[in-house]
Design a protein around this ligand. Sequence first.
Ligand code: CA
Length: 450
Amino acid sequence: MQQFSRRNFIATAGIAAGASLLKGCSLGNPPSPTSMSPKADTMSLSPATTPEVTSVKLGYIAIAESAPLIIAKEKGFFDRHGMFDVTVSKQASWGAARDNIEIGSSGGGIDGGQWQMPMPQLISEGLITKGGRKIPMLSMAQLSTQGNGIAVASQHTGKGFGPDLSGAADYIKGLKEAGTPFKAAYTFPRVNQDFWIRYWLAAGGVDPNKHVDLIAVPAAQTVASMRTGSMDGFSTGDPWPSRIMRDKRKFGFMAVLTAQIWPAHPEEYFAMREEWVNKHPKAAKAILKGIMEAQIWCDDPKNRVEMAAILGQRKYFNVPSDLLVGPYVGEYTLGDRREVVKNEAYAIRYWKDARGSVSYPYKSHDLWFLTESVRWGFLPQSALDNADRIINAVSGEKYWREAAQELGIAAADIPKSTSRGIERFFDGAEFNPEKPKAYLDSLRIKNLKA
Ligand code: CA
């Protein structure tokens, strides 16, 4: 990103001072230009790129997926694009984030932030909001790929819980028949974690609707819930799966990494209220540019130790920073007498992965989440007939492209298509975005609703 550094210092300082004074007007507390930290290495802003407002409130969940938002704030990447007053606000749970986007920052909530998929679509359609209220959202960037895992309680050690679950299928079915069903948890129903755990169970011949009990547990409570025995397995983001392996009480082990289930799988997204974006399109792109620069920074190996130290702070994840280093290099202790996995290919990625762009929000991935929602009966099969409408209404990919161009991202790093093409899973299944119904037909375990 050398081309943006300290270009024309005088002009830059002038803009930073002007923006600071502008900020002072609204807050009545003008910081002097000299108080701008050296990190506020502001890009030259033109009338076409100067944001309409300098403040916004973005929600995040204390898991590794949120790193680009926290790093953009802490390393001054939002400031560089004139967004001097970004608040990154920790959300107690996905349900709290959903409630806060519903009220918006004017009501004490948030304007946007981090989401599991397809929460932006579900909120836009009024399917998970209070009273079915539709809050149109725009999904404008993907924050990360990979970096999640499924943990299983120690009492199930030696029963065949691994990436391929088929050896444990009869054991799991037996637990249900005995009246002590395997309780599998996700952090919010009908989104990523629910999909990962269902996909893994079904691939191993376990029907998530018949053979286990599925429950929702907030990410921050997953470890405690497993320790107290109120759940048998859970799916969540780093660093929580790794945390159980670190615990001396040895109450759980890692059955599978999501990167093993679906290499380079889409994970969490950045989305905002559409109303806010329509009112402040330049500010929305400034936020996106800050996020993109943060994503590039996060993927640079030389920044990982600093990143772990920033994220581990009490105000953010409140965990020992060394707990975060493993996931960043793809090193996971699995337990259940299996080896330590040390493979960079399993690490969480923020900007680029083995399939290309991480940050760009592919419509083909929106379609997979929609198709998987149909697979489990969360949405009727007719949702696939309306897929284009549902996806296009929420896709903010055009903002991503404009922001990437304004930032000077190399053409090679800007996807040519809104589709990433065919996706391949660990059990041999294939998702061709051109033929979502063929994917559904190929899956043995499903729960389609008319
Ligand atoms: Ca996640």
